[in-house]
Design a protein around this ligand. Structure first.
Ligand code: CAA
Length: 298
């Protein structure tokens, strides 16, 4: 089975890495040549971690890398593949455009999957002529490490497509979980309100960044506290998902905390921008506890 992955950012390169590691030929596609080179370097470094841990041999690393071919042209990259996983930027217009093109360029029997974290699979499928073959395949970051694939059935997704994607996920040594297509699916419907509440807890001055994260790490055995996790996911991504939940359900309980909105507007997007709830300069993570994060006093 031949795979194409669209988008070579954090999720795209992790998805390509994982398919290639388990023996699938992968076409990694991005419009930006430099982004593709960076992605291949990242994959190589992440494979080195696995080699250093003894979970992968040097020979398996080379085979994994040789399974990946990069493309800047969408049509050439997808025309001969059986499954396409789109992991482009989380933007509705962009995804609709990509799926329209995929429907035109991919083989009629090919399955079109999206790694979207919150955009409706049913809406994405609606711009294609093959709704039964459109599905959500939501991997978690870091993809080579996290066991879950949230498999999202759109309104028109067929049983056949769903079972193929469930079985395929198992071949990647992942555990697939099937869910229906409603805002935020399951993962982000539960995760994002927790992150938003942690931000409100900071905003209302109940506790500092470090304290909030320590409570959730030590008290609930979370590997990262919610504020560190928000930085890791990207504050812009968290805000976009909360907006989907807020608009999708029309329920004020999903309204994003004004502090999150301000941080994103000011360019503080977490790890990727160098600062969020923590500062990441010099490779050291330090809590950015500053009065600007406090709710203004009356
Ligand atoms: N590729 C390959 N291996 C990687 C890796 C990568 N990108 N990142 C980490 N690893 C490996 C490390 O080599 C290490 O391997 P061993 O267990 O064999 O030693 C292991 O993962 C743990 O890594 P580290 O020792 O560097 O650090 P850690 O113990 O702090 O774990 C973490 C890092 C796995 C990221 C952990 O902190 C964690 O699980 N955090 C929470 C992650 C999470 O919740 N992800 C979901 C985010 S939500 C999402 O993705 C979806 C969405 O829609 C928003």
């Amino acid at each position: 089975m031949k795979i194409a992955v669209i988008g070579s950012g954090t999720m795209g390169n992790g998805i390509a890495h994982t398919f290639a590691q388990f023996g699938f030929p992968v076409n990694l596609i991005d419009i930006n040549e430099q982004a593709l080179n960076n992605a291949l370097n990242t994959i190589s470094k992440n494979l080195d971690r696995q080699v250093a841990k003894g979970s992968l041999s040097e020979a398996e690393k080379s085979t994994t890398l040789s399974n990946i071919t990069s493309f800047t042209d969408l049509k050439t990259g997808v025309e001969n593949v059986d499954l396409i996983v789109e992991a482009a930027t989380e933007n509705l217009e962009l995804k609709l455009k990509i799926f329209k093109d995929l429907d035109q360029f991919a083989k009629p029997e090919a399955i079109l999957a999206s790694n979207t974290s919150s955009i409706s699979i049913t809406q994405i499928a609606s711009v294609t002529q093959r709704g039964a073959q459109v599905i959500g395949m939501h991997f978690m970051n870091p993809v080579p490490v996290m066991k879950l694939v949230e498999v999202i059935r759109g309104y028109a997704t067929s049983d056949e497509t769903t079972s193929l994607v469930m079985d395929l996920s198992k071949k990647l040594n992942k555990i697939p979980v099937e869910v229906n297509d409603y805002p935020g699916f399951v993962a982000n419907r539960i995760l994002m309100p927790m992150i938003n509440e942690a931000i409100y807890t900071l905003y209302e001055g109940v506790a500092g960044v470090h304290e909030i994260d320590q409570v959730m790490k030590l008290g609930m055995a979370h590997p990262m506290g919610p504020l560190q996790l928000a930085d890791f996911i990207g504050l812009d991504v968290c805000l976009a998902i909360l907006k989907v939940l807020h608009e999708g359900f029309g329920n004020p309980k999903y309204a994003p905390c004004p502090l999150l909105v301000n941080m994103v507007m000011s360019g503080n997007k977490g790890v990727k921008s160098g600062e969020g709830f923590y500062n990441y300069s010099n490779g050291i993570k330090e809590a950015t506890v500053s009065p600007k994060f406090k709710k203004p006093s009356n």
